[in-house]
Design a protein around this ligand. Structure first.
Ligand code: BGC
Length: 386
């Protein structure tokens, strides 16, 4: 297997790797991309020889690196209140690490974000058995979801926007899902430095779809350690409690008076150790919040995450009705990140816009069914300031 430049860097000692990787990401080794068409470099090769590229784009102060493998956001740099950039998205320096064992760092998730109970659902009277990869359940599309596929990537620069159009055709029956799913995800950096994600999909047979992005945020920088001091607010009065396998019970419970109340900004760590049965199930927060705005035609405010130390603030607006807040509970100190430092529990958190987990088995939840002739659409906008 050909070694990418970053593979060689990661092969050096941890300290050297940290310094070298920071240089590479900070744009000293590669000239930092200005606004203009995104640029492509070889990131590595899969075992079968398939090339994986890294695309660099920048606009409005935000710098993004995206891999054709999994549509992975490998690096996302934004300035702090003094104008200093840091990569705020957890990830790896090499393709080999992404392939070997990644907890979905930065990846596109499909066909179905989060869990489907027993990896099974019935649609129009037919039972579909999915690939099961999380105990008895199917998580994030099954054993080989969209995060492990090589996407076609087309760069664009239109008006004041720059971006990438990623497409992937998922064959009928892939991971047990019915229908050929033609998927297109557009990553746009706006002149304000917003990162916008537009998802679209069509099918030739009735199916279910729920696409999302699995960036782990650490607004202090990906090597910044615990995000317990980050302040989070979520515009949701209810959430979906789960059973011990993290499958929703079907109830929409009120957040008031519980650790799940993020209606006002609250440090992520404040209630993370609350002896609440739901916290024990997820070993922290790993739940779907029911956004008060519901499904909307245009992206509307869902959540704000802020690191008081750096001032970096992320605002998320979405068309989706739900938000999975996962507090990085299963990071266990066994992975070395982009900057050469070990990731431990709670060193990053995910805010995944989505339809609710297990919706195909819950007729009372907003529907995730897509039929031939229809188009699945979903948009999430990430805005940054400091
Ligand atoms: C899920 C977690 C899961 C994680 C995988 C999250 O979206 O909610 O339960 O462990 O993804 O890294």
């Amino acid at each position: 297997m050909e070694l990418s430049r970053r593979t060689v860097i990661a092969g050096a000692g941890a300290a050297a790797a940290g310094a070298a990787a920071t240089t590479a990401l900070g744009g000293t080794a590669h000239a930092s991309p200005g606004r203009g068409k995104p640029a492509r470099t070889l990131f590595g090769r899969l075992a079968d020889g398939t090339k994986v590229h890294s695309w660099s784009l920048a606009n409005g102060g935000t710098r993004l690196k995206v891999l054709s493998y999994g549509g992975i956001v490998q690096s996302l740099e934004v300035p702090d209140r003094r104008g200093r950039h840091a990569n705020v998205s957890l990830g790896f320096g090499t393709l080999e690490e992404y392939v070997a064992s990644s907890p979905y760092f930065g990846a596109l998730i499909g066909r179905y974000g989060n869990r489907i109970g027993a990896g099974r659902f019935t649609l129009d009277g037919t039972v579909h058995q999915l690939s099961v990869n999380d105990g008895a359940n199917s998580l994030h599309g099954g054993e080989r979801g969209f995060d492990k596929r090589v996407w076609d990537v087309e760069p664009f620069a239109e008006g004041s926007d720059v971006g990438l159009r990623l497409s992937y055709v998922s064959a009928d029956g892939e991971m047990g899902y019915p229908g050929t799913l033609r998927t297109r995800v557009t990553y746009t950096l706006t002149r304000h430095g917003d990162w916008r994600v537009d998802y679209a999909a069509t099918t030739d047979r009735a199916t279910v779809v729920n696409l999302t992005s699995h960036v782990y945020w650490n607004l202090a920088g990906e090597s910044g350690g615990s995000v317990a001091d980050h302040e989070l607010s979520i515009a949701a009065t209810r959430y979906t409690p789960v059973d011990s396998g993290l499958i929703p019970t079907g109830e929409l419970a009120r957040v008031g008076g519980t650790p799940f109340d993020f209606r006002g900004a609250k440090p992520v760590g404040r209630d993370l150790r609350a002896a609440h049965p739901q916290i024990l199930y997820g070993q922290g927060f790993d739940h779907n919040w029911v956004l008060d705005k519901g499904v909307t035609a245009r992206p509307q405010h869902a959540a704000t995450l802020r690191d008081p130390a750096s001032g970096r603030t992320l605002r998320i607006a979405t068309t989706e009705p739900g938000l999975q807040f996962y507090s990085g509970n299963f990071l266990d100190g066994t992975l070395v990140g982009t900057g050469g430092r070990v990731y431990r529990q709670g060193d990053g958190l995910c805010l995944e816009t989505q339809h609710f987990p297990d919706s195909p088995n819950r007729p009372s939840f907003p529907s995730t069914v897509l039929r031939p002739g229809g188009t699945y659409r979903s948009t999430t906008v990430h805005s940054f300031d400091a």
